[in-house]
Ligand binder design. Sequence first.
Ligand SMILES: Cc1ncc(COP(=O)(O)O)c(C=O)c1O
Ligand SMILES: *[C@@H]1O[C@H](CO)[C@@H](O)[C@H](O)[C@H]1NC(C)=O
Length: 456
Amino acid sequence: MRIAILCILACLTSPDYSDFVSSFTPSPLTQKTRADFPAINTGTVYLDSAASSQKPSFVIDAQSEFDRTTHSNVHRGAHKMSREATRRYEDARSSLAEFINAGSRRELVFTSGATNSLNLIAHSWGIQNLEPGSEVILSIMEHHSSIVPWQLIQQNFCPGIKIKFCPLNSDNSDLDYDELEKMMNANTKVVSIVHTSNTLGITTDTKRIASIKARKAAADSIYIVDGCQSLPHKKVDVKDLNCDFFVASAHKMVGPTGVGLLWGKEGLLDAMPPFMGGGEMIDIVTTTGSTFAELPGKFEAGTPMIGQAIGWGAALKYLESIGGMEEIEKCENNIGTYLYESLQAIDGVTLYGPTNTSKRAALAAFSVENIHVSDIATFLDLEGVAVRAGHHCTQPLHDMLGISHTARASCYFYTTKEDVDIFVEKLKETIDFFRSQESGGADATGDGEGEIDYFA
Ligand SMILES: Cc1ncc(COP(=O)(O)O)c(C=O)c1O
Ligand SMILES: *[C@@H]1O[C@H](CO)[C@@H](O)[C@H](O)[C@H]1NC(C)=O
């Protein structure tokens, strides 16, 4: 009788868990693409794709083919190799502009990464447009790269501005849109809110944010969307988002490190001063002053990340060739739900972000009762499982949640059920090990004999 009641209770508290996990069907996309990724077919269970994704041979080869045959500087050479390098670099820009549905190639600036893009906006648009009393609204779940640039602007250039943080809703699963509305006023000049949170996995409603901003904020305010965790995982149409600026990095979407994008509405970019000065970004330079290149060159000072941009172009081609972003999103929702529900079933694990798996990206930040997440990550690493432990560059979010760190497992379309199963099994073993320590099981004498010195 008691067992029956317990079963019923268990079923009531986690109604979907056993159903979904036991009936899980691997996505054909994962099966089709897994072999394309050399670095994860060496035995590592790689669950850190939200930090940086793996690259398929197609991208690695495209980059190295460029290096072996065509490497040279762009835009300046009057020779054949330079012309070819320029063509390929500009082709990558066109592919990317098309991929995000930019209005034109002029709106697509290559940067060294999303962080660079966000600093560019803060310095160029910010210093030109912010005045004492101006308000910058961020969300409490922003990545540090959306927070610190504005703090630097405040410290060094515009001390009279105010930086405000929009809180989350009551269960900490989503932005508090009502509060956002209350926070905005005629002094609101900047609204910068992450598209998909790299810690909570929630995707914000950009149309709703844009409409609140249109009603409440200054007429000349801007809305920046940090798309680092959305562009790799779903179809993004920058015009459809209703934002003014969009940023992302290649290395989270099977592309190289060292290259990212800044998309902005052409009128805004046109009116903005250059961020950095140097070669490529000028028109005429004299000893008394300079004029600047047309968009997007104005924002690309110095020799750009040529091979990386070309590698990104190849990455886009690869993502299209395996079925496109809609297929990738479906596939990730499948494995992401499997990851989440598998973790939910482990005693003592606390998961952060929405409980509704349809609203979650394929990542899970979690903590374990009475065990430090760094210990967990270190143990898992010894077992060949790569997860991340720390604050994931979202310290204000962690502070608000009242925790210093979380562990995070994150998937991409190449993540297999076996990856998740091994991770979950090793996590359970790790938890059991620490629990046995607590209860004196593994080392009842407390003399250190029998303990694993995992920092050795
Ligand atoms: C949500 C979010 N924003 C911004 C960044 C910064 O990207 P990058 O380090 O490529 O500049 C990251 C990367 O971790 C991120 O997840
Ligand atoms: C879960 O989220 C999806 C997508 O937002 C929504 O359609 C669905 O109604 C939600 N389910 C529940 C139980 O709230």
